[in-house]
Ligand binder design. Sequence first.
Ligand SMILES: Cc1ncc(COP(=O)(O)O)c(C=O)c1O
Length: 348
Amino acid sequence: MSSWVSQAIGKINADYQRSADTHLIKLDKINIPGVDIYLKDESTHPTGSLKHRLARSLFLYALCNGKIRENTTIVEASSGSTAVSEAYFARMIGVPFVAVMPAATAQSKIALIEQFGGHCHFVDCPTQMHDEAVRVAKARNGYFMDQFMYAERATDWRGSNNIAESMFGQMSAEPHAEPHTVVMSAGTGGTSATIGRYIRYKGLATRLLVVDPQHSVFFESFQTRDNSVQNTRGSRIEGIGRPKVEASFQPDVIDCMMQVDDGASIATMLWLSEMLGVKAGASTGTNMWGVLQVARSMQQRGESGSIVTLMCDSGDRYQDTYYNPAWVEKEFGSTTQYRNWLDDIPLN
Ligand SMILES: Cc1ncc(COP(=O)(O)O)c(C=O)c1O
């Protein structure tokens, strides 16, 4: 192995050594008797989302597989969080980074990528991203990171402080230490694959529920086991839901799935912010809607236990969109019916 590669791996490992784990917040304000709800706050990584873990894993995976050398240009197809995190690691090891993204990508994300020294290359439509990333990587003799292909295998699912090991470890001193259910949404499907595999590896009774937004094919393909389903419309919940079944999506380690209306995701995100003081992105709203459905049905069945989910990123990134009432009204119409349901959740 070249000394450059070993130094690059060393820099990433040193950065990890300097890092603190993310908090697992107990949402004590929600008062559903017998049910404890926890939110793992992935927004506190240096690059602001759960994609920090994925980017670290993808870089280490590619470096250890001999795919990245000194001056290799890294190319990724991403409309946001993954590109921000990958730009951070590319700068750390001193290689150029190009994010292939839709021209409509939020200005704040473009600014973050450029702040980390990355270059943004635009396409007109999200469906062109993959092929254009392959082309750019070839033209620059670079390496296409391909998060949707490699997310599930780049993460050490048995341990290495992956998201599952961290989450279950942080639960160990809680009244219901082994969660009844973990709820997660899928973008690449990598995080849910890691959690599902870890649950099986450790022989836990925990159930993995994956929630899916409108216009995503994951839910349908989970039910039919048809990997060829496609949708022409993209998801409106940033970071999650896909128009085609991605290679990293692993239905066999998921226990059940639930489709969540976009209006419900937005209403829950706003409810979390107003009622609980947790300002998260829209995918966290999708996750929490799923959590609250499970909590209510546990309550109805007289069950007790804990439910854990993730805060994938912070709401600060979406000031102009999901947190802008005029924009929400225009894009999604009224979300009042979901808010009314949420307002019936008893709070302390
Ligand atoms: C904001 C946000 N939430 C959730 C996810 C889903 O994570 P995963 O790709 O591991 O399925 C992503 C992934 O892009 C994301 O950016």
